[in-house]
Design a protein around this ligand. Sequence first.
Ligand code: SIN
Length: 436
Amino acid sequence: MTHLEHLTPRRIVAVFLVLALCVASAAATWALGRSTSDPVGAAPAGRVATADLTPDLASNVAYQQALVAAPSGKPKVTVIGTGGTIAGVATNRGSFTNYRAGQIPIADLVDDLRPEIDAVAEVDTIQFGNKGSGGYTIAEFHALTLAVEKALETSDGVVVTSGTDTMEEFAYWLDLTVQSRKPVVMTGAMRPTAAGTVDGPGVIGADGPANLYNAITLAGSRVTTCFGAVLMLGDEFHAARDVTKTSSYRMDTFQTRELGVLGWIDGTNIKVGRAPARVATCDNPQRWNTPFDLSKIAATDLPRTEIIYGYQQAGGEGITGFADAGVKGIVTAGTGAGGISSAQSAARTAAVAKGVVFLSTTRTGSGSVYGGTTGSVIAGDDLLPQKARLLLMLSLAYAGGDVAKVRTWVSTIGNPEWDTLASSAGTPPGQLKPAA
Ligand code: SIN
């Protein structure tokens, strides 16, 4: 295999956008009023840097304008709190695992960052909820999107805090549904913040305050304009579509397995290494926006969509039970490249006859599932099952029974790819495969 064979379309997107972000970085640096001519050595405070030059974003007017349209004063950032460990109270200062999540009000968490955070942004807070991430319903997700949209009418960026257990689902949901191209940054913590009471002393080594500080810095910088939602923890930020929680307790639990982080924050320096593919459509709001405008539907219009796990000799009753319960979409987290057992396969055929739509993914944690170009079993490519489930739910809600439309959205919105054919035919690179 030559090294060129490693350049899958998605890797090409990543590599090209690394190139594309350099010029945008210059604009970002300018927008933040900071010097680009500092000598090699320690990075200057507040510097926004990228690895290389990017012809695409250099000509991407919407992205450039977003960066240079910084207000003359500080950016305005709204922090929306939903709970989780970052709002957690531990039994004592040395207890990292024995605590109650979702206790400390978000206003208090932000107040604890004062006065330093006041130099970064003008921050206000909204207490959306205060509980563990797993306790949120899809109806609440629907309401959260509308709350983020509302905040972005007046703020330059939004930070959403949540528990880390399902933070990647919060993030991808917001990625798919928020219509504004302004920055949306998710953050949280792996260790609780206070000990004893909500205003008790800080837990030793608590990561919440630094994560929140960095998330506000990132949202206020505008650097992730048109990136969709990003997830920031441990000084690194990731694309909502790709990031996943990989460990129950480790501080560096969030990983983007095949593509890596988007960038990182060192003090006041924001380093962008790559961008999510959708940033290439920043100039084209109709293409950038998904069809999933939640102001147009009620939460009750979102159909039940579930996940079934594949394993040795798995029974088909789970699929049958879901279909009988009125579930409209099922994601299979299959073995290897999407395999399911014979019993599951038979149950799936029967469920399809009842109108259930299936999305086939892998339980391996990375890699693609291909095939199934017609019918009600759709290949999810490399979407993780829990992300694929959200996309399937939204697609079913908006497709009006048109399964072909669901299939198209899974491959374009769910799995954006670089248009390599157009590039090889002499078309300037920088385009994603067209939306159907
Ligand atoms: C939760 O997800 O709410 C608890 C775990 C965490 O925040 O890390």
